[in-house]
Design a protein around this ligand. Structure first.
Ligand SMILES: Nc1ncnc2c1ncn2[C@@H]1O[C@H](COP(=O)(O)OP(=O)(O)OP(=O)(O)O)[C@@H](O)[C@H]1O
Ligand SMILES: [Mg+2]
Length: 442
């Protein structure tokens, strides 16, 4: 029983000294670990700027959470410091995250506003895109000297800016249309989508990729140092038991060498310790954190990345996969999608639409398909897989807004799937209405 005069909240935090460094991208570390080679390449590419030559364009790429943005900010600050010391005129804009801008108008006006005083900023609409481009060139010309623009997550650049903007901007000084004589523009593009560059027109590709810097995943030893640093600024002294950092580092290295995932594990482990009223974060807390991290990441996708229709298609694909002795073919996925939609009272789209949703999911890396050619006259059929463990996906669905869509017997079927005893089940025939009822939707 809870006493009404008792307040259940704690006034202090025995575990965390500061949580912000562990949070997503809201903290700039003052030390960068293990990126000496990449920093050297960066410095090499930008050295010209410091002595007053024209800047190179730089393209930085590598998987998520491996320090591309962090290193870029660090190099930016050093570059500015040096240029100021040398009295070389230099303006650096960004990193501006392209993900936040849905049209080139929005993106370019954001860049214009970087140069302008708050009272003088461009409205959200009202000019043509060409006009905001002209404004940008005017601003660049009026500051003069070298102007370096850093575009982060450039794979998310608005489609209408993809080729024109990326081609025109770095060579505006040479163009007759753009009123730029004094200024010199350098573009730094950062991407975690390796296919992005291939999707660009060749002339854009060669401009942007003048200098390329590749960031690889971190190994366990490197992650130990990085996570150790974050732990030292986030946890109270002596709170972490010795196993925590090595365990989190080893787990993260095995997954994809992504610091952000390691930071999430540390935060979670600390929260488990706090929930247990423990004075220490133990190995057990950390293990628990690694066990739930996959589910949490998928849940995060349900909350932030997937539309409702994509989510239902993704769940239907997962059900089709764990269904005993049954390939996840598009037809079957569509049948399950329909049942899920009905269960949750959601609008049901056509089968053709499902192909589109599956394509989108595949592009975002949630599913992949294998093309099974049926031979002459047999046509083609696709069999789908999910890229995460189906059990993690189901657990995430259970915690998400789509919980109600799940069939009642989901845990039984999942259990059978996990035990690999599918053979004791009859393979349901998707064309047979009765046999379709393996799933019990209410
Ligand atoms: N070498 C490092 N030293 C210190 N902190 C690092 C290092 N590498 C990454 N980090 C930290 O890890 C987190 C993720 O790094 P960052 O944001 O730079 O990744 P990214 O490569 O830009 O990923 P994405 O492609 O998802 O944007 C940040 O909090 C960053 O400060
Ligand atoms: Mg980044």
């Amino acid at each position: 029983m809870v006493q009404t005069d008792e307040n259940p909240f704690e006034g202090t935090d025995a575990i965390f000294e500061a949580k912000q460094p562990l949070k997503k991208d809201s903290f700039d570390p003052d030390t960068i670990f293990h990126r000496e080679d990449e920093i050297e390449l960066y410095v090499n590419a930008l050295q010209d700027v410091v002595v007053g030559h024209d800047p190179n364009n730089v393209f930085v790429y590598g998987p998520t959470g491996v320090g591309k943005t962090a290193v870029t900010k660090w190099v930016r600050d050093k570059l500015l410091e040096k240029a100021t010391e040398q009295s070389v005129p230099l303006e650096i804009i960004g990193p501006v995250n392209c993900r936040n801008y849905k049209s080139s108008y929005r993106l370019v006006s954001r860049l214009v506003n970087e140069f302008r005083d708050p009272g003088d900023e461009l409205p959200k609409s009202g000019y043509s895109t060409d006009t905001v481009f002209e404004f940008l060139y005017e601003e660049i010309e009026s500051v003069g000297g070298n102007v370096v623009i850093i575009l982060d997550e450039i794979d998310n650049i608005p489609p209408d800016a993809r080729n024109d903007f990326l081609y025109d901007l770095p060579r505006a000084e040479a163009s007759e249309n753009a009123a730029i004589d004094d200024a010199r523009i350098g573009l730094i593009g950062i991407s975690n989508d390796l296919k992005f560059v291939d999707s660009l027109e060749p002339k854009v590709k060669s401009t942007l990729g003048e200098r390329e810097i590749k960031f690889g995943p971190y190994d366990a030893d490197e992650l130990r140092d990085i996570l150790g640093y974050y732990a030292s600024v986030s946890f109270h002294d002596g709170v972490l038991s010795d196993d925590v950092i090595p365990l989190a580092a080893a787990f993260t290295a095995q997954e994809r060498g992504d610091v952000r995932q390691g930071l999430k594990i540390l935060e979670k482990a600390g929260e488990y310790a706090r929930m247990d009223d423990s004075e220490q974060v133990t190995e057990a807390h950390t293990r628990r954190a690694t066990e739930t991290i996959e589910t949490d990441e998928i849940l995060d996708c349900f909350d932030n990345d997937l539309t409702r229709q994509q989510a239902l298609t993704y769940i239907a694909t997962t059900l089709a996969i764990i269904e005993p002795e049954h390939d996840a073919r598009t037809k079957r996925i569509y049948q399950l999608y329909t049942s899920l939609s009905e269960a949750i009272g959601s609008e049901t789209r056509s089968e053709r639409k499902i192909y589109e949703f599956l394509d989108q999911l595949s592009m975002q890396g949630f599913v992949r398909s294998e093309d099974h050619n049926q031979g002459r006259g047999g046509g083609r059929r696709f069999i789908y897989e999910v890229t995460d463990d189906p059990a993690d996906i189901i657990n995430a669905v259970f915690k998400s807004d789509y919980q109600e869509s799940l069939p009642n017997n989901i845990w039984d079927i999942l259990q059978v799937y996990k035990e690999g005893e599918a053979s004791s089940f009859e393979a349901p025939d998707p064309n047979d209405d009765v046999q379709r009822q393996i799933w019990q939707f209410t």
